[in-house]
Design a protein. Structure first.
Length: 235
């Protein structure tokens, strides 16, 4: 007998090189010490957090992260998922028939009692990277954990145990997932700050026709709706 996994949802998990993690941590410390360097993003986001600040390619560490980690990670996710389809059923997602582009990146600062409600993002891919985690977030409770939600409510009595998957935040680890994947962050108790970076990216098929001018400027906002116009993003 064999147990098969039916209709899986794929997440890409990775770990940053120590030098890049240290560079992003220094950048975050500098931005928090000089908040005028990064616009407030809280009005555009679902999170009920202490601070949410927009970042961009003007920060070398962010540019390096996008170019060498996030976009290659999105590419790996596409190839893992699409290459399982028959060649005639892969649509525009054959290699060379699409391009990947960042939409936006932002810094989250979570303090005791802050939380991020269950939500989805616009674009094609979203993700989170952990920079700093208070020591009391250990996985022994839900405190401060990232949760990915399935299509139905978790219910252990009927074995719907795969409907909520909690991920312990660890500095340097990151996740990339489809933008439609519902997720949330639980509050935590105690001192300290939980720092993370979140991001969105878009996969654009090559149609042979020029793309229309974006309705939003570069570094567009994040939305709970998947029906908003595609942002312009940055390369």
């Amino acid at each position: 007998m064999e147990v098969l996994s039916l209709f899986p949802r794929y997440l890409l998990k990775g770990e940053l090189e120590p030098a890049l993690l240290e560079g992003l941590q220094r950048m975050a410390s500098d931005v928090l010490a000089h908040p005028e360097k990064a616009p407030d993003a809280s009005a555009k986001l679902a999170g009920q957090l202490a601070l949410q600040l927009e970042l961009g390619p003007q920060f070398p560490a962010v540019e390096q992260l996008c170019r060498h980690v996030i976009l290659p990670g999105c590419e790996r996710w596409i190839r893992h998922v699409i290459d399982q389809q028959p060649p005639g059923g892969r649509g525009p997602w054959e290699e060379g028939r699409y391009s990947l582009q960042m939409i936006d990146v932002w810094l989250n600062v979570q303090r005791a009692g802050d939380y991020n409600p269950t939500h989805t993002h616009g674009g094609t891919f979203s993700g989170v990277l952990f920079l700093q985690v208070p020591p009391q977030i250990t996985g022994q409770s839900f405190d401060g954990q990232l949760c990915f939600h399935g299509p139905e409510e978790w219910h252990i009595q009927s074995f719907r145990t795969g409907m909520a998957q909690y991920m312990l935040p660890v500095p340097g680890e990151f996740y990339i997932f489809p933008a439609w994947q519902p997720h949330s962050v639980a509050p935590f108790r105690g001192d300290g700050e939980r720092w993370s970076m979140a991001f969105n990216a878009v996969a654009v098929p090559h149609t042979g026709r020029p793309m229309p001018a974006p309705a939003q400027p570069a570094m567009g906002n994040v939305s709970l709706s998947t029906s908003r116009a595609r942002p312009g993003g940055f390369g």
